[in-house]
Design a protein around this ligand. Structure first.
Ligand code: GLP
Length: 242
């Protein structure tokens, strides 16, 4: 595990974007595992800026996203499909056919999860997986539980996660979907490189617990301690307890 200390959110975003840019430059036809949430927005913004300046080319990149709300149509502004287009895909030259997310409108969970695992297998696995972290240590939507889930699966979101994500749904918990499809822990661990971005005081405790506490499915992110190439880029506040 490598920990990179950033001064603040902008510095964290720039450092993370540098690592992703290096991946795209080293292997133009790489598979990027991408994440949603507030934390990576600045990282995507920086990548778009470098793309605009002619520094980056996404034409051969394939993307696989971590997760998607179950039951939300793509067109919904808070679907992760919309989030990714708004923050990155609409602004760079990635091939639309090379963009992959779980399909939240396929209500047949078993079929959709099997399809998504097959997509990840077909593209050859993930070269670099970007992650944020939930306040309870969830990665993607792998919530705390008594065992690590392996492949793509359907999850019931924890009340804390629904509460944390209501800010994207007019502050109304009733509008937040209660289930999601998420890449499993094994798939995340199989990524050849894992990059986590984290900022703010509110995440300091979970960062300490995840990376300096025991490896346990009660704290899903703790499994990343076992990854051979895991990079954590955090701002001063998020890393203040370690
Ligand atoms: C959601 C996403 C996660 C993300 C988490 C934290 O639950 N499924 O991938 O890491 O939120 O989000 P934020 O970065 O906004 O704190």
């Amino acid at each position: 595990m490598r920990i990179i200390r950033a001064k603040d959110y902008d510095d964290m975003s720039r450092k993370a974007a540098h690592i992703i840019a290096a991946q795209v430059i080293l292997k133009p036809d790489c598979v990027l595992g991408l994440a949603t949430g507030g934390t990576p927005v600045g990282t995507y913004k920086q990548l778009v800026e470098w793309y605009d300046q002619g520094e980056l080319d996404f034409s051969e990149v394939t993307s696989v996203n971590l997760d998607e709300y179950r039951g939300l149509p793509r067109e919904h502004p808070e679907s992760y499909w919309s989030f990714m287009h708004r923050n990155l895909f609409d602004h760079v030259n990635i091939d639309p056919a090379a963009i992959n997310l779980p399909d939240g409108t396929n209500m047949d969970a078993a079929a959709e999860c099997a399809r998504y695992d097959e997509v990840i297998r077909r593209v050859g696995g993930v070269d670099l997986q970007l992650l944020g972290i939930g306040h309870d240590g969830h990665i993607g939507f792998n919530e705390p539980s008594d065992a690590f889930d392996l492949g793509t699966h359907c999850v019931d979101l924890k009340p804390e996660t629904i509460e944390a994500n209501k800010r994207f749904f007019d502050g109304n918990v009733d509008l937040v979907p209660k289930q999601a499809y998420t890449m499993g822990t094994r798939t995340i661990l199989q990524a050849r490189k894992v990059l986590m971005v984290v900022n703010g005081k509110a995440k300091a405790e979970i960062v300490k617990k995840s990376f300096f506490g025991p490896v346990t499915p009660e704290v899903p992110a703790s499994i990343l301690q076992m990854h051979p190439d895991f990079v954590l880029v955090g701002d001063e506040e998020a890393l203040s307890l370690i």
